[in-house]
Design a protein around this ligand. Structure first.
Ligand code: NAD
Length: 491
C-alpha cells in the first residue's frame, strides 16, 4: 500500500500541500515507511498566514476567559488520546513508550498552565501619577505567530509555545519536523474536534522552504524555534532582519560534575538515564561527565556496567530501555564520531557501534557508548553528538571542573552530583548554564518555569514556558489618562 501523504491544516480544513517533493517518514526501529511529508512551498505557508491573520482580528477580541475554554477541552482530549499519541511518538521517533508517555505529560502540563492566562496576562496600573492622571500597562497579543519544531520531541515541543500563544490571543502556525509529522497530525485532529475558530491554529508541513517563507512573511510577528544551533542562529538572524521577535533554542553539550561524596548508586542510575535515555537525543542529555578525586574510579566502573546492561530494542516492546536514533545518517554520524574519539587518543570503555538488534537488523541502533580520557580540546569533547555516547574526563578540583564547564560553547544544562550543600551552592552560582541540576540528571523545567538555555544553546531573551511565554506572546501597551472633572455630568 502506498504510504499516506501528510496533510496541512489551514483555516480549519485538512488540505493537501501543493508540494512536488515528499520525504519518507521512517520508523527508525523497523525502517517501515509510515507516511510521506510534503516539503510545502511558500504558497502553502502564505495561505496559512492569510487565514491566521483574518482569524487574529476576531480572536484577539475574544475574552481570555473564553479563549481558555478551548484549552480546558484540549486538556481533556489529550488525556483521552494519551496512549495513542505516545505510541505514535515511539513509532515515528524511536523512543520507548514510557519516554513517549513522559513527553506527552510535559505537553499536557503546558496546556494546564496556559489555562491561567486570564490572570497571567494581567497588566498593572498606577493611580495619580500626576494630579488627576492615571497610567496603566495592558498586554495585547502580537499577531500571527509561528512554531518551528525539531524531531526529538514531536509531541511536547510545539506545546512549549502553542497553548500560551493562543491563550494570549495570538493565532498560530505550527511547522513540525518533516521527519516526525505524525504526532502533530493527531494533535491537530484533536484541535479540529475541539472546534477552535477557523484560522486560530494552523499547520504547514515542510522543511527549509516552508521555514524561509515563515521568516519572510510580514504578517508573522513572532517565531518560536527549537532545533540545532546553526539553524537557531540562522532563524534568529533572519527573523530579526524582518522585524520579528524570535526565541530560538539550539543544541547542547551537557556536562555533569561528579564529586567523590556523591551517592554513587543513585548517581550512576540517574546519569545513565540522562545519557542513554531517548538514545541520547535529548537537548538535556548528559554528554560529558567530569569526575573529581576518587569519583573517577568508582563512577567509571559503575557507568560502564550500566551502559552494557541497558536493554536496547524497539520502543513499543516491553522491557526495552533504549530505542534507535532517528535516521541511518544519524547512526553513521554518531559511529564516525565514536571512531574519531578513539583516534584522538580516548579509550573506548564501552563501544556501541555495529549494534545488531534481533528482529530489527536494519534499524538505526547505536548501543550505549562510554569513552574515557577525552582531551578538553578534542572534537568529541566539544561537539554535540546527539546519540547515546557519554564522554568521561577527570580533574583534580571543583574549580578546575567549573572552569572546564564554563569554557564550553553551549549552556543548556549543567549538573552536579554531591552530598555537600556548600559545593552545590557554589556550583549553582558559578556554572554558566541556563538549567542547573543538583543530584538531577535531566534538569527539564516544569511548564511554569522558563526553559532557560544560555550561550550557543539559545538566541533571544525570552525563553519558552513560564512567565517568559506570556512576555513573548504579548506586547505591552502603556496608557496615560486624564479625565477632567468638569467634563463629567454631575450626578
Ligand atoms: P534541526 O535544526 O535540523 O531542525 C529543526 C527545525 O528546523 C525543523 O523543523 C527543520 O525543518 C528546520 N530546519 C532544518 N534545517 C533548516 C534550514 N537550513 N533552514 C531553515 N529551517 C531548517 O534540528 P533537529 O535535528 O530536528 O533536532 C535536533 C536538535 O535540536 C539538536 O541540536 C538538539 O539539541 C536541539 N534541541 C534543542 C532543544 C532546546 O530546548 N534547546 C530541545 C530539543 C532539541
Amino acid at each position: 500500500m502506498e504510504p499516506v501523504k501528510v496533510l496541512n491544516y489551514i483555516n480549519s480544513h485538512w488540505v493537501q500541500s501543493t508540494a512536488d517533493t515528499y520525504l519518507d517518514v521512517v520508523n527508525p526501529a523497523t525502517t517501515d515507511i509510515l507516511a510521506k511529508t510534503p516539503l510545502s512551498p511558500a504558497q502553502d505557508v502564505n495561505g496559512a498566514v492569510e487565514a491566521a491573520q483574518r482569524a487574529f482580528l476576531t480572536w484577539r477580541k475574544t475574552p481570555p476567559v473564553e479563549r481558555v475554554q478551548y484549552l480546558f477541552k484540549l486538556k481533556v482530549k489529550l488525556d483521552e488520546h494519551f496512549e495513542d499519541l505516545a505510541r505514535t511518538i515511539t513509532m515515528e521517533c524511536g523512543k520507548t513508550l514510557d519516554e513517549a508517555r513522559g513527553e506527552m505529560k510535559r505537553a499536557v502540563e503546558n496546556v494546564e498552565v496556559a489555562t491561567g492566562i486570564p490572570q497571567l496576562m494581567m497588566g498593572y496600573n498606577s493611580e495619580d501619577i500626576a494630579r488627576g492622571i492615571d497610567e496603566m500597562m495592558i498586554r495585547q497579543p502580537v499577531g500571527v505567530t509561528a512554531i518551528i519544531a525539531p524531531f526529538n520531541f514531536p509531541g511536547m515541543i510545539p506545546f512549549w509555545f502553542l497553548p500560551y500563544a493562543v491563550a494570549c490571543g495570538n493565532t498560530v502556525i505550527v511547522k513540525p519536523s518533516e521527519r516526525v509529522p505524525l504526532t502533530m497530525q493527531k494533535v491537530f485532529q484533536i484541535l479540529d474536534e475541539i472546534g477552535f475558530p477557523p484560522g486560530v491554529v494552523n499547520m504547514v508541513n515542510g522543511g527549509k522552504e516552508s521555514v524561509d517563507a515563515i521568516l519572510d512573511h510580514p504578517y508573522i510577528r513572532a517565531v518560536s524555534f527549537v532545533g540545532s544551533t546553526p539553524v537557531a542562529r540562522y532563524i534568529y538572524r533572519r527573523a530579526a532582519e524582518n522585524g520579528k521577535r524570535a526565541q530560538c533554542q539550539g543544541g547542547a553539550k551537557n556536562p555533569i560534575l561528579v564529586l567523590p561524596d556523591a551517592d554513587m548508586d543513585m548517581t550512576t542510575r540517574i546519569v545513565a538515564d540522562s545519557a542513554f535515555g531517548c538514545a541520547g537525543q535529548r537537548c538535556l542529555a548528559a554528554s560529558l561527565v567530569i569526575t573529581v578525586g576518587d569519583a573517577d574510579r568508582t563512577f567509571t566502573e559503575s557507568i560502564a556496567d550500566a551502559a552494557m546492561e541497558r536493554v536496547v530494542g524497539y520502543g513499543l516492546e516491553s522491557g526495552v530501555q533504549m530505542g534507535p536514533v532517528i535516521t541511518r545518517q544519524s547512526k553513521d554520524r554518531i559511529e564516525n564520531i565514536i571512531g574519531l574519539g578513539n583516534s584522538e587518543g580516548a579509550e573506548l570503555l564501552v563501544d556501541g557501534r555495529n549494534a545488531q538488534i534481533k528482529g530489527y537488523e536494519q534499524g538505526h541502533f547505536v548501543r550505549p557508548t562510554v569513552i574515557r580520557g577525552l582531551s578538553p580540546d578534542s572534537d568529541i569533547a566539544r561537539t554535540e553528538i546527539f546519540g547515546p555516547v557519554l564522554g568521561l574526563m577527570h580533574v583534580k578540583t571543583v574549580d578546575e571542573a567549573i572552569h572546564l564547564i564554563n569554557s564550553g560553547t553551549y549552556g543548556n544544562m549543567a549538573c552536579l552530583f554531591t552530598s555537600s550543600g556548600a559545593a552545590a551552592r557554589k556550583f549553582r552560582n558559578e556554572a554558566d548554564a541556563g538549567n542547573i541540576g543538583i543530584n538531577i540528571g535531566v534538569a527539564a523545567p516544569m511548564a511554569f518555569f522558563p526553559f532557560s538555555g544560555w550561550k550557543e544553546s539559545f538566541f533571544g531573551d525570552l525563553h519558552g514556558q513560564g512567565l517568559d511565554a506570556i512576555e513573548f506572546f504579548t506586547q505591552k501597551k502603556v496608557v496615560i489618562e486624564r479625565w477632567p472633572k468638569e467634563w463629567s455630568r454631575q450626578f
